[in-house]
Design a binder for this molecule. Sequence first.
Ligand SMILES: Cc1cc2nc3c(=O)[nH]c(=O)nc-3n(C[C@H](O)[C@H](O)[C@H](O)COP(=O)(O)OP(=O)(O)OC[C@H]3O[C@@H](n4cnc5c(N)ncnc54)[C@H](O)[C@@H]3O)c2cc1C
Ligand code: SF4
Length: 524
Amino acid sequence: MAYEKIDAVIVGAGASGSVFASVLTRAAKKVVLLDNGPDWQLTDLISSDIWGRRVKPAGAPVLLEGNHPFAAYTNQAGWGVGGAALHYFANFPRYLPNDFKINSEHNRAHDWPISYEDIAPFYDRVAVDVGVSGDAQAEEKWRPAGASYPMPPMKTFPNGEVWLKAAETNGIRFVPGAVGMSSTAYRGRPACMYDGWCHVGCPIGALANPVVTYLSEARKAGAEVRALCTATRVLSNQEGTRATGVEYYDANRQRQVQEASVVILAAWSAQNPRLLLNSVTDKHPKGLANSNELVGKFMMVHHIAGTWALFDEDITPHMGTVGAQFMSYDRYIKTSYPGAFGSSFIVTGAAMKTNDYAAARADLFGPELAAFMKRAARGITRITFFGEELPRLENRVELASDKDEFGMPLARLIHGFDDDALALWNANFEQGMKVAKATTATTAWPGKPPFVPAAHLHGGAIMGTGPENSVTNSYGQTHEIANLWMAGPCIFPTEGASNPTYTIFAVSLRGAEYLAQNWGTVAG
Ligand SMILES: Cc1cc2nc3c(=O)[nH]c(=O)nc-3n(C[C@H](O)[C@H](O)[C@H](O)COP(=O)(O)OP(=O)(O)OC[C@H]3O[C@@H](n4cnc5c(N)ncnc54)[C@H](O)[C@@H]3O)c2cc1C
Ligand code: SF4
């Protein structure tokens, strides 16, 4: 069956794709979203670590290579409608002004082509659109003033509170975590009940996932979602000047083409460059938007340093949400530690489950593990530092010679941390131990496995001032093909240390509105 040409086809119905769909349908555009996973509904979300695996990624693997392969890829990638944000932890810190100008301030990496002030109004609007809880004024000790969040902070519990005094004595001031969760009933969604199952998706809709926020609006306004549809290539015209649509394989493994005036890739950081690289033509022998060979380059992740503490008293480790009760930017200045470079963002007070307790002491077995688990169930907690790595050309996505079931080459994600990133990771452990030792915990230890834990993939199609330094402009429009757009963290030129999704929503809202306002010139 041949589909009619539409206004916009969006690949990926996750966080960024949903924002584009919402804005474009509001502008009366005919929009289709393709997603390679199922069309998840809230009723599919079951609060169980075993059942929760159903919403975890499936599909073609990504080959993980390099000195520090991004082993968390499968745990971090989204699969199905809602994307990874269907079951994220919804920590919603902003980037700070210093993130946008590392090059000007430190002569390293890249500046963003925009400043904090360009994004700030979109942060305030996203907070209202999706429902953020927190204390914006308390955060303003680190950033310029903005609007209040629409809901007050979430409840706190002893597993978060036990860190506060000890952190303060180490110069780390905690404020209530900003989270995409409902502390009160909000826009028809109920308040959170603090059972800590966010990581497998919140069945009551208290978590601000795309299915209950932007995507729900888009669907009401007429967006069509085609689930179990895997995009394999962006198609372009004979002259190589325009994207004409997307080739994909539907739920019956049949090849289909969706023609559109505008193509938006919102399939997350590894898959977006994979699609561009696989879209070769004689006019684009290196892949689309890749004359400068920057597609797939500058991949970045946050390294994670988690320090554990065990208390004798019952600090209710299971209570709360999987997001943070408290957060701090007091190590966000890029030169916070001598001998290391980059920002760190600090959180504490995440609710834990049995497997988290076990993972805290992976060296224990049998009776020793059982005894530890008994104590941990009442007394364990963690302080976590997310750390920044700077963009480097050698951290990249390439096409492999192995192919998936549709004949599309798999992605190779090659990643290694440099000395600066490793120094920052180690400094964050030292800092975490100092704080832990200043609490009343009986024992504290760094959660340092024989690899560097990491999360949040960024880069692969970064934004910049022109084709000499980037793939897209600040709105996500590719420099080479005016009607081909990229959405999500793939366009971030640096990654800060804050969890990215609040910024993904804000940058996507800015890009989508620019596209809607300039539709005539972009869509042709
Ligand atoms: C467990 C977990 C916890 C997290 N916690 C936080 C947090 O606390 N705070 C935070 O800021 N971020 C968090 N994140 C990260 C956050 O979810 C992502 O940053 C965000 O979802 C990325 O948005 P996106 O639109 O780029 O991709 P996604 O939301 O993942 O959407 C991409 C979509 O593209 C689809 N897709 C991929 N390839 C194709 C293809 N070829 N054809 C069709 N469809 C395709 C996928 O199925 C997916 O639905 C967490 C993620 C996970 C998994
Ligand atoms: S803790 Fe709150 S947001 Fe998380 S799953 Fe439970 S009700 Fe939903």
